[in-house]
Structure formats: C-alpha cells, structure tokens
Ligand binder design. Structure first.
Ligand code: ADP
Ligand code: MG
Length: 684
C-alpha cells in the first residue's frame, strides 16, 4: 500500500518521504527512530553549569543572527523552561533563523560554555512543537531520521495517527520457535515498542527484533552461499600422510600453542574433506600464523601437491623465504622465490621447476598471479596479510591450477560472527593465544613539551646499538600543511643540530621507488641504518629484532588497528621495547590513545576501532555483494549476531532450501530484501 493512501500524505509529502526510502505504508512502519528522548535525559535549565554536556527542553522567547568580527554568523535563541532561561547558539548556521520560530519548543543537546554568562553550544536539536508537554509528563519521545522539509514532528504525527491501524497488517515472518530461541518479541509488538515505547529499554527490545531479522537473513544467505560453494567445487584429495609435517614437528624449536594446534586441525580437516577449503586464519600480530601456514603447506606437499604463498611486498617474500629455509633445513627442503624484480634467467629457472609436478612451496609477490606464472600441480594457495590484496588478486590466486584449497591470513582480527557476516563464504579460524615468553611493548603518551627528552631517549637507545622507527602520517607538506611530515622531519632530525645528526638515518615512504624502498629496508634489516623515518609503508609484517623503539607523531591521525600493526614492528627481539606516541591531543583522541597504550590485545583494539570508526571500511572495500543493514549494527549487536549465526545454522540444517511451510515467511522476507537470494534459494 503506497504511503499516499494514508491520511495526511499528499504528493508533496510523499516525495519527501521517498527521500527517506519510504514508499509504502510498510516502509513507514519500519522507519525506526535513531534515538529517544525521555524526561530522565533532560536537565532543568537552572541546574546547568559550565562544562556540562546536557539536554534541555525550552520555549524560544527570542531569537536572532549575530555577526562576529571574523565573518562567522551565529544563530542564537533564548530558551525558557519552568526553572529558568539560557542562551543557546549555533555558530555558522544563520539559516536556522528561517526554520526556528519564536514560541517553538526545542530540545537541544550540547555543552555549556561561559560566554557573557552560561551559554548552550548546540550540538543537535529537535523542534518539538506541541509534543513538549508529553515529554514533561515522562513520555518517551521517538526521534526519527529526517530530511530537509520534513520535520521529526511531521513524522511523529504520521506514526501517531496510523500506527494502530497499520500494526495488524504487519505479518510475522519468523516461526515462533525462532523467535523463542532468539528471545525477541513478535513483529507487531516489536514495532509498537519501537514507535511508542514506555521506556527506552522497551524501545531497545523492539529494535532487537528488527535487527535480529536482518542479521538472521544475512547469516542464512552467507551460510547458504558457503554450502553451495563447497559442494559445487571439485576438490583435491588427501591421504593422511604425515612424513613432512611429522618431521617439522620434531624439528621445531618450540611447541605449538593450543590455538595453533586447533587452527591446524580445522585446516587439515578442510583439506581432507570432499570440498575445497576457503578459510580465513585470524590472529594478532606475532600470534604465529606463519608456522600454521607452513604446516598446512607441508601437509599438501606430503600429498604430492605444490603450494603458493603470496605476500604483499618483495621484502616480506624474502623474509618468509629466509625463515622457512631455516625452519625446513632439517627436512632437506627449500622453498622457491618468485618476484617481479627477478632476472629473466631466474624467472626461467623457477618456471622450469614449477612445471614439474613435484611437491614444492613457492613464495612470492603478486607476480604469482601473473598469467605467465604456471603451476603443474597447485593444491594449496595461501595469502598472507590478505587485507593488502584486492578481491581480484586473491581470487586470481585461487583460480590457478585445479581449484586449490585457499587459506587467507589476517592480522586484523574481527569477531567471528562479524567475520562470517562480512566475508560470506569463508570459514574462520582464530589464533587467540600468544606464543609464550612474548614481552609486552611499553607504550606511552608524551606531550609536545617532552619532545627533546623523548628524542634524547631514542638517541640513547641508538647509542646502545639498537635501531628506531620514527613514523609520520604524511609524506610531505603538500598533503597537509598543518602536520609534521616524514620528509621535513627527516631533514630536521638528520640535519646539522638534529637529534640524529651523527647517526645513519633513512627516509622511507610510498613515493620512494619500489627498488630503492627495498634497498633501504634491507639496509635497516642488516643494521646499516640506525633510524628509519617513515610513513605507514613499514606497517606490514617486517621483522627486525634489533629495532626496539618506535616514535609515532600525530598518532591521533591513525586508526587504532593501524597503530597496533605499527607497534608490532618493535618488540620482536629479546630487548625491552618501546612505543612512544608524541603530541598534544584533544580529550577524545587522548582517551582513544590511552586505551591503545593500556592493552596489547589486538582483538580488543580491533573491536574498539570498529566501534569508533564503524564498519564502512570492512564492508565497503571487502566485496561488492557485501550486506548492508538498516536497523542492525553487527558490531554493536555482536551477541545478537552470534545468536543469529547459531539459529541460521539450525534452520539450514533442518531445511537447507527453506522449502517447508514454516519457513515460508522467512523465505519471502529474504527473497524480497536480498537480490542474492534469487540465485541461492531459487525464490521468486
Ligand atoms: P604473525 O602471526 O604476526 O605472522 P609470525 O608467524 O611471524 O606471526 O610469528 C611471530 C614469531 O613467533 C616468529 O618469530 C615465530 O617463530 C614465533 N612463534 C610462532 N609460534 C610460536 C610458538 N608456538 N612458540 C614460540 N614462538 C613461536
Ligand atoms: Mg605474518
């Protein structure tokens, strides 16, 4: 039923509603508030004091636009409630003068500052009109997302007028058993709770029902895609041969952690299974993903297959080559290297080796996915630091040979249920345990005023034979004139009178040509450079045990996970290591950075990062068919999402193509909302 059938909605309003995605009466029902106001959150004006963050409700008794000397125009009103009066201001928003009228009742949230007396610096506001009386009487007020020309007042009055008649039309799509298992109310109840709650807590219960349905739908789609991908791919077959893996186990200088063993068990079970593996191995920096991948590689080689390990940089390829060569020495096995900078003769020699269907490990950069790189018998494709590759590159590696098993390694851990939501047809293993004996890296925030002391400390470390990284957010001033840049600071630090004037200092950033970049990193690795001034190009997987200090300038410019990756470059040897975040920060940044300094748990950090910065990066860049949500937030609703995952598996176990009558509603909902359902469930 189009919204225009509703009383109070003409052509003009319908056009405005369409901008909010509301076309049918059903859409109006599911246009849910993004937050609520109730009397408990509103402060009487008389009680406000400078520095408070507050929400007030008051009547506009005067208003006007004030110019300032610097050309900024400020909209100001005086608000009055039963207890007193206060001035509220909106700098730079003179147009509000056309929207807000004298006698309007406003709800305004903001901070109280001192400016010729108390002043409320507005952050957001809602024009309540006649509803203010309701609020004073303790009613919970829904605040809806709006669009220009359509006020929250209008939306609220539409829902007030039509909710009762529309609710009976909202048919429940989920079976009672699923609602019970999820612990959420039925749809009509949930919608009433969301639009007309008696408390904010009740509104949340209602919201959880709507969020659950979205999460369940996506989990069902993803699990279904996973199952279909598994059965329709032909596979490489494995025997339980353990000659090489057994030999490595005997030769390994340490014991595998419990987490490494169970991840390996999951991987081996996948490889031995009748269908192709497509698994993500997540683990914090230093959790030991490489050795797990190497065991998987040997298991494939035990069965006569070739293995490819793709890494994002030549340097990392060389590093893996060196550590693997050392680790495999007792096995009389050597991996092969394939990179873009190899000579034609070298390339020809490795190509000849790879053309033989004998077991081997080939380590390389994206040169591995180039067309001329051919494998005679590729059984397993491993991608290290998988987030550094595009979807196409990862897929291209998986498309080499005869449907090899695929193992992706990632150091940015995200909650399992979220990974399943985001990565669709992947299975997930997690290394949630650190190898023993790891030192924690001392992390400290230091103010600008401590700069010379910090630099002296680093100089002392270098004097004692250690190496240091100094990291900047930008390459040079052309990017951001107000930030210190790697290029400028390189000159300042290494030039005459600089803190490292008598040391060997190098500059590294993304515009340094790849070849020169590798030469510099090799120099640093081999101890020929003391201090590396750099941008985040050093972020990925580089292992220089003698580097014990990292100084990060403008740390507030980085995401927490990125800082964690950066910090992971130190603390790799036996010496005490330090990470110093230098600068003066606002209170929000300082909180974030203090949180970062207080933990070295990458899972906790990734979670905080996702919470602060949202999942845009994760869902946006990851894959084109990524799910989007209207109500749910898979991160905030992590527990609910986990419940949805379990229930999705139960539903699909009972009824793999949702063909039983009890799942008809669910099938219909998924079919109308998600295009992908068409291919997965043959709905229509
Ligand atoms: P990441 O997961 O960041 O790729 P690596 O695989 O590079 O971590 O491992 C980091 C270091 O930990 C390596 O030097 C590796 O040899 C060591 N390591 C891995 N597993 C263990 C273990 N079970 N016990 C002790 N050291 C380990
Ligand atoms: Mg690694």
């Amino acid at each position: 039923m189009p919204v225009t059938y509703l009383k109070g909605v003409g052509e003009h309003r319908a056009a405005l509603l369409r901008r909010l995605g509301i076309v049918t009466a059903g859409d109006l029902l599911t246009h849910i508030p993004h937050r609520y106001e109730d009397a408990s959150t509103v402060s009487p004006i008389a009680t406000l004091s400078v520095g408070m963050d507050a929400t007030v409700v008051g009547t506009v008794i005067s208003k006007g636009v004030l110019p300032t000397r610097r050309g900024l125009r400020i909209f100001q009103v005086v608000l009055r409630d039963a207890s007193g009066m206060i001035e509220a201001s909106w700098p730079g928003q003179p147009f509000l003068d056309r929207v807000i009228e004298k006698h309007d009742v406003l709800l305004v949230a903001g901070t109280i500052r001192f400016f010729h007396g108390r002043q409320l610096q507005a952050r957001e506001y809602v024009n309540l009109g006649a509803d203010a009386a309701g609020l004073e009487h303790g009613r919970v007020l829904a605040v809806y997302p709006t669009t220009e020309g359509l006020s929250v007042k209008v939306l609220r009055s539409l829902l007030d007028a039509h909710l009762d008649s529309l609710l009976p039309l909202a048919t429940e799509s989920l079976p009672p058993s699923v609602l019970a298992a999820a612990g959420v109310p039925a749809l009509p109840d949930a919608l009433r709770m969301v639009h007309h709650p008696t408390s904010v807590a009740e509104a949340e219960v209602g919201r959880s029902r709507l969020a659950f349905e979205e999460l369940l739908s996506v989990q069902i789609l993803q699990r279904r895609a996973n199952a279909i991908a598994r059965v329709t791919r032909s596979s490489v077959r494995y025997e339980n041969r353990r000659a090489l893996t057994g030999a490595l186990k005997a030769a390994l200088p340490y014991e595998l952690t419990g987490a490494q063993r169970s991840a390996l068990r999951e991987i081996v079970a996948d490889m031995r299974g009748a269908t192709k593996m497509h698994r993500l191995l997540q683990g914090d920096v230093g959790s030991g993903k490489t050795v797990v991948a190497l065991f998987a590689a040997l298991f494939a080689m035990d069965n006569g297959y070739q293995v490819a390990l793709m890494v994002p940089t030549e340097l990392l390829a060389e590093q893996h080559l060196r550590t693997t060569t050392a680790l495999w020495a007792p096995l009389n096995l050597r991996p092969i290297l394939v990179t873009g900078s190899q000579s034609t003769a070298e390339r020809r020699a490795t190509a000849a080796q790879m053309a033989e269907p004998t077991p081997m490990l080939v380590i390389g950069t994206h040169a591995l996915v180039q067309e001329e790189t051919r494998f005679a018998r590729l059984g397993l494709a491993i991608v290290d630091e998988q987030h550094r590759f595009g979807v196409e590159q990862r897929q291209a590696l998986g498309a080499k040979g005869e449907h090899p098993d695929v193992l992706l390694l990632s150091a940015t851990p995200i909650p399992r249920s979220l990974a399943l939501t985001a990565y669709g047809d992947l299975d997930v293993s997690v290394l949630d345990e650190r190898p023993p004996g790891r030192r924690t890296i001392m992390t400290a925030l230091r103010p600008e005023s401590a700069r010379s002391r910090v630099l002296a400390f680093i100089a002392a470390q270098v004097g004692a034979g250690r190496q240091a990284y100094v990291v900047y957010p930008v390459i040079d001033e052309s990017e951001r004139a107000d930030l210190k840049s790697a290029t400028t600071m390189y000159a300042a630090l290494s030039g005459p009178g600089g803190a490292f004037a008598d040391r060997r200092v190098a500059l590294l950033h993304g515009r340094v040509p790849a070849e020169e970049r590798d030469t510099i990193m090799r120099g640093f690795r081999d101890g020929e450079i003391d201090v590396l001034v750099a941008t985040t190009v050093i972020e990925v997987g580089i292992d220089v045990p003698n580097a014990t200090v990292m100084l990060i300038e403008h740390p507030e410019r980085f995401g927490l996970s990125q800082l964690h990756q950066l910090r992971g470059r130190v603390g790799r040897g036996s010496e005490e290591s330090y990470c110093i975040l230098l600068g003066d920060f606002g209170p929000d940044s300082a909180d974030r950075l203090r949180m970062f300094a207080s933990t070295d748990d990458g899972f906790e950090i990734a979670r905080a990062d996702l919470r602060l910065r949202g999942m845009g990066d994760l869902f946006g860049a990851q894959q084109s068919g990524a799910p989007t949500f209207r109500v749910a937030d898979p991160l905030r609703d992590e527990a609910l999402n986990e419940r949805a995952r379990v229930i999705a598996e139960q539903v699909l176990a009972e009824d793999p193509d949702l063909s039983t009558p009890v799942h008809a509603g669910l099938r219909r909902t998924i079919g109308t909302r998600y295009v992908r359902a068409l291919e997965l469930f043959r709905v229509g």
